[in-house]
Design a protein around this ligand. Structure first.
Ligand SMILES: Nc1ncnc2c1ncn2[C@@H]1O[C@H](COP(=O)(O)OP(=O)(O)OP(=O)(O)O)[C@@H](O)[C@H]1O
Length: 291
């Protein structure tokens, strides 16, 4: 299995440029998070990668071959999205059988385990299921198809907290049983942060951050203290946002701190979690992202 490479991808809808020169690489057997605000272009990107829509320019390649209309490469990927591809009248077991036919095989052992854990009835009709169970059936399929690239577009839509937790556990178990590449697009950053090894932050069609989760968090700081002391300390650093409360100020910094600066006794420095970093980075303010 080789890398999936996205090169200089752009997509316009009319005059609206939804993806702007997006380049990124997915390594084999890694779990990625794709984060972005509403309308950032996440679904468009996933739809292009899996050939549901065409790019305006740029390419998606595996093994140096374009995935566009390449059945061999496309049969090695699966996109789970909000769109239901299945007939309302079809029973769940029939949907699994049909998936087996289209993909050449299907992990029935995994699917049966998941059906039992999530409490899905194999003889239920797809159309009769609740929103949450529509998602669950699609998740079970995504974890049971014999592909090396699985893309999730908002996988936990409509799932309650228990089912979301179960999905994250089962995703990790599936990955452990047979490593493959997962790319998860979601708004629930806190929930996926412990799972994803690498994060892409997409903002207004552009990739803002492309890095290992641990190193992103290691480079994100909250600097708190009296107004003036904080402002003095962070002057010239890459401040991506701030809060004030009375005389206290917190500056959020992304990037390295200057080791030669003396930290005043009144100033406290802590790391910021991925969600907070995301909020400040994508809040529309001025920022400078060092790659
Ligand atoms: N078929 C289309 N025709 C016109 N505009 C579109 C089409 N599909 C998407 N867009 C626009 O492209 C932009 C990005 O949409 P996209 O669905 O990719 O974002 P997203 O990051 O997945 O958002 P969300 O988190 O809200 O699902 C939006 O402004 C949307 O209105």
């Amino acid at each position: 299995m080789t890398q999936l490479k996205i090169n200089h991808l752009s997509r316009k809808f009319g005059h609206h440029e939804v993806l702007k020169d997006v380049s990124l690489t997915l390594e084999p057997n890694k779990i990625y998070g794709l984060l972005g605000r509403n309308g950032a272009g996440k679904s468009t990107l996933l739809n292009i990668i899996s050939n549901r829509i065409f790019p305006s320019s740029g390419s998606v390649k595996i093994d140096d071959q374009s995935v566009i209309e390449n059945d061999r490469l496309l049969s090695n990927m699966f996109l789970m999205s909000e769109i239901d591809m299945y007939s309302e009248r079809m029973k769940i077991e029939k949907i699994f059988k049909q998936t087996e036919l289209s993909y050449g095989s299907f992990d029935w052992t995994k699917a049966r385990q998941l059906v039992q854990k999530f409490g899905v009835k194999l003889d239920a009709k797809f159309g009769g299921l609740s929103t949450g169970y529509h998602s669950i059936v699609k998740l079970i399929i995504a974890l049971s198809v014999p592909v090396d690239y699985v893309f999730f577009d908002e996988p936990v839509l409509g799932l309650d907290a228990n089912h979301r937790e179960l999905f994250y556990q089962e995703l990790l178990q599936t990955y452990e049983d047979r490593p493959r590449t997962f790319l998860i697009s979601t708004h629930l950053i806190e929930e996926i942060a412990p799972i994803v090894e690498h994060v892409f932050i997409l903002d207004k069609g552009k990739i803002l951050i492309d890095g290992e989760t641990q190193s992103i968090v290691a480079n994100s700081y909250a600097i708190t203290g009296p107004n003036q002391a904080v402002e003095q300390y962070t002057d010239g650093l890459n401040v991506i946002g701030h809060n004030t409360l009375g005389g206290l100020r917190t500056d959020y910094v992304y990037g390295s701190l200057d080791d030669s600066r003396v930290i005043p006794d009144t100033v406290k420095i802590e790391h910021v979690d991925l969600q907070k970093l995301f909020v400040y980075l994508t809040d529309g303010g001025d920022y400078n992202v060092e790659k």
